[in-house]
Design a protein around this ligand. Structure first.
Ligand code: CTP
Length: 374
């Protein structure tokens, strides 16, 4: 049997990027041989094993044939006869279809190194279409490697367009799609992910609401770019992406089963980002409504995330005159005033339940009135 290092580890080493996990490919072995050597099988359907000591993944060389629609619709054929070339040809991109043998020599039958040097994301063969998730993967790699000057090959974009038009993206599970979206949003240039999806008509399938918005207004891309430039966390980036989608935010959240923190912030930012842009003219009662809605007293970080998202929106829309974001400081100061209202003294006056709630509210309002008039 021969063992090769494959996939992302080979690619990233050649790019001089840090390698996180290593995938290995085993040619010329059977399941029984692997087990006899102490490798632990994982997954019922996949011929993949875990190394007993290193914990790294070893996959038997395989060919794949599609047997139906969706991710469930795969049959795998792994046997000792499957060659390295046969295994590599079914992979997504040429830069992901390189292998390194035990001596560190590159096996590169599909010219991944040339494409790497030319900064091109190109599919290996028509087998690309076997897994529609690859449309999202290519867009994600485009976002990741955009700073290095990578672009998607025209013929690959065309194939991605065909897959999108075929409706196959609808068969992807929410979990698989979200995993790609999440990783793409955390890349250096997440706006490239959205742009590539748009260029191949996949966005129309995945997030038609956003696609339509972008037809007339590109600012969301600039907002997302700002969120990445300012290294915002995932939920802030998600809220930036969806901030202008109004009533569709709920549907998009649910479509991809976004994590709770993402869903919640997206809905709040979608509803309230306008307030942050006009904060100086907000009345005390509007300010109070905003602070109550965010429950800033118990959830201070969520309010900070809101301010961060609003700052990115303002930056993306180029509404910032200077470096700072005074609106944020203003809202934080307002929150401080409302939080400073002393609950204990109200309780000591014997107030409870609804009466306590009302007293608290009117004292906070009074504090915010003093604040807005100052
Ligand atoms: N692969 C593929 N099609 C997929 C998923 C994976 O062809 N839908 C192949 C590619 O050859 C890829 C390898 O399996 O390089 C390993 O996949 P994965 O670990 O998901 O990605 P990496 O390429 O290692 O990239 P990342 O840095 O994003 O983890």
């Amino acid at each position: 049997m021969q063992i090769y290092k494959v996939g992302g580890a080979v690619r990233d080493r050649l790019l001089g990027r840090p390698v996180s996990d290593v995938d290995w490919l085993v040619v010329g072995a059977t399941v029984e041989q692997m087990q006899a050597l102490g490798y632990r099988p994982v997954g019922a359907d996949f011929p993949v094993f875990i190394h007993p000591k290193t914990g790294e993944e070893y996959a038997l060389a395989r060919t794949e044939r599609k047997s139906g629609r969706g991710y469930g619709g795969f049959t795998f054929h792994a046997s000792p006869e499957v060659t390295l070339e046969q295994d590599l040809i079914r992979r997504d991109l040429t830069i992901n279809a390189m292998a390194e043998d035990e001596h560190g020599s590159l096996c590169d039958p599909y010219h991944g190194k040339t494409d790497l040097d030319k900064r091109i994301l190109r599919h290996v063969s028509p087998a690309f279409a076997e897994d529609p998730l690859r449309v999202l993967r290519v867009a994600r790699f485009a976002a990741r490697y955009a700073p290095l000057g990578f672009r998607v090959a025209e013929e690959t974009l065309e194939l991605m367009r065909q897959i999108s038009d075929s409706g196959e993206l609808q068969a992807l599970t929410a979990e698989r799609s979200w995993k790609e979206i999440e990783r793409a949003l955390m890349e250096d240039q997440p706006q490239v992910f959205i742009q590539v999806l748009r260029d191949c008509a996949a966005l129309k399938q995945l997030m038609p609401e956003l696609d339509t918005l972008l037809d007339s207004d590109q600012r969301t891309l600039a907002v997302l770019e700002q969120a990445a430039l300012h290294q915002q966390p995932l939920h802030v980036r998600w809220a930036c992406l969806t901030h202008d989608l109004g009533g569709a935010i709920k549907a998009i959240n649910q479509r991809f089963k976004a994590p709770r923190e993402c869903q919640e912030l997206a809905l709040l930012v979608g509803e309230c980002h306008g307030y942050c842009q006009q904060d100086y003219t907000l009345s005390a009662s509007k300010l109070l409504e905003l602070l109550q809605k965010f429950d800033v007293y118990r959830r201070p970080q969520r309010f900070e995330d809101y301010i961060a998202a609003c700052e990115m929106i303002a930056r993306g829309r180029q509404q910032l005159q200077e470096q700072g974001y005074p609106q944020g400081a203003y809202l934080r100061a307002a929150a401080q005033e409302a939080k400073a209202v002393d609950v204990k003294s109200l309780v000591e006056r014997g107030l409870t339940g609804q009466a306590l709630g009302e007293a608290l509210r009117s004292e906070r309002l009074a504090a915010l009135e003093r604040f807005t008039q100052a």
